[in-house]
Design a protein around this ligand. Structure first.
Ligand code: ADP
Ligand code: ADP
Length: 216
C-alpha cells in the first residue's frame, strides 16, 4: 500500500532522518514508537506528503507522491490520506456533521454525497445523535471519534495518526483503539500511528521503533 525508501531529512545542520525504509500493507495497523526527538512525526509528515524528503521516495498505491506538487498533490492527498491528530483540530464554529464533511467538500463532492457518507460514519461510531453538536458540546472521546470520521470521509487508502489517544483518559483511549481494530477488521482500513501508548502498540499488527533518525 505504502512504501518509503531511503528517506533522509535535514533541518538546518541537524539530520533528523538518516535513511529510513518503511512499508505498510493493506489492512495493517503499524505503530511507530521511540523516544521524543527520534524523528517519528517528521517521518509521518513525509509519509503524508505534508513535508518533502531531501532524498528518497514515497510511493502510495503505486504512485510516487514526492513527484507530485501543487493542486495535483493536494487533491491526491485529500483523496487518499486521512489524518488524525493528538488534539482533534475540529473547527469550533461547525457542528460534527459539517466537520466530518470538510475533506469531502475539498474533494468537490456534493453536499448530498458528503452527508450520506458522514451519517454512515456517525451511525457506525454510535454518534448519530451528536451530528448537530458543536465540538465544545461533545466529550473528549466523542470529539476524537468525530475526527476519525472526518479522516475517513473520503475512503482514504491510509490513515496517519499522530498520538491519537495522547489526550484521552484510558477508557476513551481504549474505545478509540477498538475503533481502529474494527475499521481494520471490517473495512481493511490501513493505519500508521505514532504513539507512546503501550496498549495501542500491543494491539497493532506491527511495531516499528525509531531511534536517532533510523528505524531500529
Ligand atoms: P518525534 O516525533 O520522534 O518526537 P520529531 O520528528 O518531531 O520527533 O522531531 C525530530 C527532531 O526534528 C527534533 O529535534 C525537532 O526539534 C526537529 N524538528 C522537527 N521539525 C522541525 C522543523 N520544521 N524545523 C526544525 N527542526 C525540526
Ligand atoms: P466526559 O467527561 O466523559 O468526556 P462530558 O461530561 O464532557 O464527558 O460529557 C458527557 C456527555 O454530555 C457527552 O455525551 C456530551 O455529548 C454531552 N455534553 C457535554 N457538554 C455538552 C454541552 N455543552 N451541550 C450539550 N451536550 C453536552
Amino acid at each position: 500500500m505504502l512504501q518509503a525508501k531511503g528517506i533522509k531529512k535535514t533541518y538546518g545542520n541537524l539530520q533528523i532522518l538518516k535513511g529510513v525504509d518503511f512499508e505498510v500493507s493493506e489492512g495493517e495497523i503499524v505503530s511507530i514508537i521511540g523516544a521524543s526527538g527520534a524523528g517519528k512525526s517528521t517521518l509521518l509528515h513525509i509519509l503524508g506528503t505534508l513535508d518533502q524528503p531531501d532524498t528518497g521516495s514515497v510511493t502510495l498505491k503505486g504512485r510516487e507522491v514526492n513527484k507530485l506538487s501543487g493542486e495535483i498533490l493536494s487533491v491526491f492527498r485529500n483523496q487518499n490520506i486521512g489524518f488524525i491528530f493528538q488534539f482533534h483540530h475540529l473547527l469550533p464554529e461547525f457542528n460534527a456533521l459539517e466537520n466530518i464533511c470538510i475533506p469531502a467538500f475539498i474533494a468537490k463532492k456534493s453536499k448530498k454525497e458528503a452527508e450520506k457518507r458522514a451519517f454512515e460514519l456517525l451511525d457506525l461510531f454510535g454518534l448519530k445523535d451528536r451530528a448537530y453538536h458543536k465540538p465544545n458540546e461533545l466529550s473528549g472521546g466523542e470529539q476524537q471519534r468525530i475526527s476519525v470520521a472526518r479522516a475517513l470521509v473520503n475512503h482514504p487508502s491510509i490513515v496517519l495518526a499522530d498520538e491519537p489517544s495522547g489526550n484521552l483518559d484510558s477508557e476513551n483511549a481504549n474505545a478509540l483503539h477498538q475503533l481502529f481494530i474494527s475499521l481494520r477488521d471490517n473495512f481493511k482500513q490501513t493505519f500508521v500511528i505514532v504513539t507512546h501508548n503501550n496498549e495501542l502498540a500491543k494491539i497493532s499488527d506491527r511495531v516499528v521503533t525509531m531511534k536517532d533518525g533510523l528505524i531500529i
